[in-house]
Write a protein that binds this ligand. Structure first.
Ligand SMILES: Cc1cc2nc3c(=O)[nH]c(=O)nc-3n(C[C@H](O)[C@H](O)[C@H](O)COP(=O)(O)O)c2cc1C
Length: 324
């Protein structure tokens, strides 16, 4: 698959952009487990052009994370022009425009999925970004505003004419939020009206789901929520898609080793105190299958220092090792 001049492996697996989740340390973990394509968390254009520290921070990534897209959003073309220049200066491989965020305060003011209600403005925003960068531009969106206004086929044709280089579709409408099921039948229909590389998204929870989504004809599969609980989903999906058989699941030792690597990465990125605190949400996934998980978790969330968490996690591995 190609995103403009960028060669991405065929049947690419993408880690979904997820605000407050897909930061640089987590992206690196998913990449090491098989994610082929990474995105930053969404970056709001207005605070970005005013230099808001937390927003600018979202542009940071490690060289090893390529191919990586910086995702920006906003419904104002003038602001998006400036935001594009700032995103380009951070030197990602491509710029992705979020046209799918369903959150009320964002969509109602015409940003994110709000653009699905005004395709003229949608086009102008995309054109503005395309014309103000030398990088490839991609778009992530939903099927439409609601079930009565599914516009994704028009959007796909419009994007191809406007110069976008790939399209990701979360197969729900804006009004669905996360309700109901993602309707993957649209992926085949979108492939029927455009030559744009298409990345399917929504409700891929298992390797088998990824295989089924590729069967719709899409070029890439994007995985979000389940990766939070199971970043091995990328390895599992790659194995099943390429070899037709399931990969063995990670052992608890491996889960804890990756947990430690992620924790150390987050502490290096956010500072020890914040890193240890922010990491607490990750224990459930990494320690799944551990006997006494709840008790261990209750204990881990009271620990404030990296060294102490490391000791506790290493102790879990030692306790599992057979003694001779
Ligand atoms: C915590 C969280 C944060 C998200 N933040 C973003 C974001 O910044 N940009 C974006 O395009 N989508 C965002 N999404 C949507 C996901 O990228 C994805 O489209 C959605 O979760 C459906 O995929 P899934 O079923 O694999 O989770 C977010 C989703 C979650 C759960």
């Amino acid at each position: 698959m190609h995103i403009g001049p960028l060669h991405i492996r065929s049947k690419a697996l993408a880690l979904a952009p997820m605000d407050a989740v897909s930061d640089s340390p987590f992206r690196q973990i998913c990449q090491s487990l098989g994610a082929d394509l990474l995105y930053t968390e969404f970056v709001q254009s207005t605070p970005l052009i005013h230099g808001a520290r937390k927003t600018v921070r979202k542009l940071t990534f490690h060289e090893s994370e390529r191919p990586l897209g910086i995702q920006i959003y906003g419904g104002d073309e003038t602001v998006m022009r400036e935001a594009t220049a700032i995103a380009e200066a951070a030197a990602p491989d491509f710029i992705d425009i979020n046209c799918g965020c369903w959150v009320k305060r964002i969509a109602e003011r015409g940003d994110g999925a709000g653009l699905l209600r005004d395709l003229g403005r949608f086009e102008r925003v995309v054109r503005t970004v395309v014309e103000n960068t030398t990088l490839p531009v991609t778009v992530k969106t939903r099927l439409g505003w609601d079930a009565e206004h599914i516009v994704i086929l028009d959007v796909a044709r419009m994007l191809e004419q406007t110069g976008a280089q790939a399209l990701t579709v979360h197969c729900r409408t804006r009004s669905q939020g996360y309700d109901g099921e993602a309707d993957w039948t649209w992926l085949e229909r979108i492939k029927g009206v455009t030559a744009l590389p298409l990345i399917g998204n929504g409700d891929v929870c298992t390797a088998e789901d990824a295989r089924r989504m590729f069967a719709t004809g899409c070029d890439g599969v994007m995985i979000g929520r389940v990766a939070i609980q199971n970043p091995w989903i990328f390895r599992e999906a790659r194995h099943l898609v390429d070899h037709g058989v399931s990969a063995p699941p990670p052992t608890l030792e491996e889960q804890i080793a990756v947990c430690l690597r992620h924790l150390r990465g987050l502490c290096a990125y956010s500072g020890e105190e914040r890193g240890v605190r922010k990491f607490r949400k990750w224990y459930t996934g990494y320690l799944a299958g551990l006997p006494d998980l709840e008790a261990v978790q209750r204990e881990l969330v009271t620990i404030d220092s990296l060294a102490a968490v490391e000791r506790r996690l290493t102790g879990l591995v030692d306790a599992m090792s057979p003694s001779f």
